[in-house]
Structure formats: C-alpha cells, structure tokens
Design a protein around this ligand. Structure first.
Ligand SMILES: [Zn+2]
Length: 493
C-alpha cells in the first residue's frame, strides 16, 4: 500500500507521487524568531519531522529545508528589552539560538539547511525584479507590490476570490496600491515605529523613530515583504518546483497563497505539488490550570515532561485535525510513553537474560511483531496517521508485557524483533529516544544538581571555600560543569 496525503491544493487525499523518488524536495515554513517557541510551533516541527522521517523510511531520498524569519517588525518591537540587545539582528540571533536549542531538545532530525531571510536579500531582490519585468509587480513610492489581478490562478490554494478580498497588508499601503488585495514584495525604508509599537510590551518606552535593518535595492533602501522570503529561500536551496510544502494551517491565506503567486509568476512552473497543512494546537481554555499553562513554552514542557512525552503528545492527533492541550491529553501521552518505554525495557532485559534461548519460538509474540509493523505502516501510509502508528506500538507493548509476565523460557529472536520494531518505528520514525535519561530521571538529576549547588552556596556563605570547591570538583568529575556568575551558579550536564 502506498502513501496517501491530504493536499490542500486539490482539497483531496491523493497518492504521493513525487517527481524524482531519489530527490524529494520538502520545504517547511519556519518560525519568526521574535520569542521563545511554544508547543504550537513544536507541533508543526514534530509533525513535519515525522513526515520527513516516514518518507525516508519508505526509501525516498529527502531534502528538507526549514527557514527562520529573522527580519520582521515583531523582532524590531523587542529591541531594548532585557538583555535581548538594541538591534533587530541581536534579538533575532538570541531567538534563533533559543529555537535551535528547542529543536535539538525535541530530537528533530536536522534539516539540510535553516536559511535566514537576512542572508537572502540578493535572491529576494532578484525575484522581485523578475516579477516587475514580467509585469506581475509594480513600484510605488519606493515599495513594490504584487498585482494580484495579473496572476490568473490567484486564490487557487485558499479558494479566495480576488474581488472579495477587502485588504492585504498594512492599511497605510492602500494609497499606493492598485488593488486592495495587492501585497508588498518590498517595503521602502525601515519599520514604521507605529507598526512595531503594536507588538511592543507596555513596559517599554514606545519606539519613536523608524527602526530595524534596511538594504539597498533598485527601488531604494528598504526591507523585503514577508511572503517573498519563502519563495526566494525555497528556490535557492531546493528548486523552482518542489514536491512538498509544509506549514501551519494559519498560513494558507495569505502567506502560502502569495508564495504560489510570486513563485509561479516568476518561474512559470508549478511551485509545490503537495501542500500539507498542520492544524493548530488549542488550549482547553479556562479549564486549564495555570500550572499547566506554564509548560506551554517548548523549553518548560520539555523540562517538565521530557522530550519523549512531549513528542508522544504532539503526534497523538493527526496533522489534519486540531489538537487540544489539557491535563487529560498530556497525562494520556505520559501514560502511553511509559507503557511503550517499559515494554522496551522489559523486552531488552528478557532478551539479555540467561533465560533467552535460541530454540524457543513463541508464535504469539512473533505474530504480535508482524501485526505491529503492518498496522504501523498502514497508519503512516494513511496520511501520516501518527496516532494510529502509536496505537500499533501500544499493541506491541501489551503483547510484550503479557509475554514477559507469563513465560519463563524466552524466545530470544522474537524479543529482538520486538526491540528492533520499537527502535526502527518508535525511534527512527516517531523520533522517541529509548534508553535515554529522560522525563522523571532527567528532572531528578537536575533537581539533585540544584540541591548540591545550594549546599555549596551555603558553604561559601559560611566562608568554607575549600568545602565549596570540593563540591564543585566532584560535580565536574560527574560531568556537571559549574559556572559562577554575578547572579549565582549555573550548570551544564
Ligand atoms: Zn513561509
């Protein structure tokens, strides 16, 4: 059975037939780096990571590119806040670093590249020039706008009728635009302080001067519009035509509609064959306790629940459906991960025990492995249904628990098949990490280090510097690096 995917462009479930199976091109719309990531972003990343991993598992050669939007008024709005720095670049660098940390914590496979807008200004200018030359875009007051009435297929992704779009972009652009639905490809000058202040914290003095980076262009100093960046980066790092474009459901209109218009008008080729949109993550509203609300950033969630539970949670609803974040859904993920992990550990212990034999064969155990692989495969081929895939692993976990409970002489080969199934499918495809210090263990280790650091602090306060140094040396010997700063001690494992 082959893979079927839900394509927003056609509105249908379609068989997946890439141009070149050796070279499947996938672009994921990444994050605007103006804040720490939250679980909604993490859901998009984990779902697209699982898609890419499944395509690789099926034998496709996959090239995956995911961008960072590091030029944006929301980034400018945070300049001067805390230790973020006074420039758009400094704030963006801070959050690119933070987001990469979150991605590594979530055990995402590395993309081929993570291009940033600020390093692709020449490519952006080139595509805008092409659009002007071909008559799809026009200059007005040092800005350049895409003329939606010139692109016949405008609206084909989102189903929008051009004449019904009342406006796009900033209201202040209206006077320059020919049609209310036209959108900016290039904006003259720096960020208007009013636009940045809309996103600025009330605790900060409002910006009074135009702010943010500008670049020289054929139309004067200015900044790229938002949508054109993805057309430029996708073309630069992949091709004019790609197989799969992934993004959040909230980006269908206008962002992805505009990417199609720009790319296809410029190149004359179809931009992306399959448009896969990950539905949003919702919180359970007021019913959610405030303590759970604290774990809505990726960092806090990973620290509290561990990466495996967070991943289990994020794959537990199909990408084509909205997901709810609540105490109940998180604890379901916790319980599911523990069942799978425990089964993996018990299978490993049994296979590595003196009671595992070469000539013992258990038909039920072996059948459970075959069934789990089949159920996992058919779920994933059914539009990357990761929830179904997890159910297949849970079935296998139950079979392993039953088997180890009931039997005294173990089927070595059967157990190893089960272990490899957990590792290949749960690890390789769903991205779980078996046998890693995680969740409870990782939290406990962190708490114990904090405890030792507190004792060390007390020793120092009491003038017992030798004792304090000894505690630091013993932590270092265990692989814990302690750094003393003005605000106290920090550590790295
Ligand atoms: Zn994009």
């Amino acid at each position: 059975m082959s893979l079927y995917v839900s394509n927003t462009l056609s509105g249908e479930r379609e068989p997946f037939e890439p141009d070149d199976p050796e070279n499947v091109l996938v672009y994921t719309c990444g994050l605007t780096v103006s804040d720490d990531s939250h679980l909604g972003h993490a859901r998009l990343w984990v779902q697209s990571d699982v898609m890419v991993r499944w395509l690789s598992h099926l034998g496709y050669g996959v090239r995956h590119v995911q961008n960072f939007t590091d030029v944006n008024e929301k980034i400018v709005a945070r300049t001067g806040e805390g230790d973020l720095g006074d420039t758009e670049q400094a704030v963006a660098r801070h959050y690119v670093e933070s987001v990469i940390e979150d991605m590594r914590d979530l055990n995402l496979d590395r993309a081929e590249v993570y291009p940033r807008v600020s390093e692709h200004i020449p490519e952006i200018i080139e595509i805008v020039e092409t659009l002007v030359e071909k008559g799809y875009a026009y200059e007005a007051g040092g800005s350049v706008y895409f003329d939606v009435t010139e692109f016949e297929d405008y609206g084909k992704l989102s189903g929008q009728d051009v004449e019904e779009i009342e406006s796009q972009g900033a209201e202040s652009d209206r006077a320059e635009k020919r049609h209310p639905a036209d959108f900016a490809l290039w904006k003259a000058g720096a960020v208007d302080p009013g636009d940045a202040n809309e996103h600025r914290s009330d605790d900060l003095p409002p910006l009074e001067e135009p702010a943010g980076q500008t670049w020289a262009s054929p139309w004067g100093e200015g900044r790229p519009g938002w949508h054109v960046e993805c057309s430029a980066m996708s073309t630069t790092h992949l091709d004019d035509s790609i197989d799969v474009h992934v993004g959040g459901q909230d980006l269908v209109f206008p962002h992805h509609e505009n990417e199609i218009a720009q790319s296809e008008a410029a190149s004359g080729d179809q931009f992306a064959t399959y448009w896969l949109h990950v539905r949003l993550l919702e919180t359970a509203g007021e019913k959610m306790s405030s303590s759970l609300g604290n774990y809505f950033t990726t960092k806090n969630a990973v620290e509290e629940f561990g990466p495996n539970v967070v991943r289990m949670f994020l794959v537990s609803t199909s990408y084509t459906q909205r997901q709810t974040y609540s105490e109940a859904t998180i604890s379901e993920a916790q319980e599911r991960w523990e069942r799978v992990e425990r089964a993996y550990e018990r299978a490993t212990d049994a296979a590595d025990s003196v009671d595992a034999y070469a000539k013992v064969e258990d038909d039920d155990l072996r059948a459970a492995v075959v069934d789990a692989r089949e159920a996992f495969t058919s779920s994933m081929n059914d539009d990357f249904n990761a929830r179904g895939a997890v159910s297949a692993l849970l079935e296998l976990a139950s079979a392993v628990h039953r088997y180890v409970d009931e039997v005294e002489a173990y089927d070595y080969r059967g157990l190893v098949d089960a272990i490899e199934t957990f590792e290949d499918l749960g690890g390789g495809v769903l991205g779980f990490q078996f046998g890693a210090a995680d969740g409870g263990d990782a939290t406990l280790a962190g708490d114990l280090v904090e405890l030792v650091l507190n004792i060390r602090e007390e020793e120092r306060a009491a003038g017992n510097y030798e004792r304090a140094d000894e505690l630091r040396d013993r932590l270092e010997a265990l692989g814990v690096t302690v750094e003393d700063t003005d605000d106290g001690s920090t550590y790295r494992l």
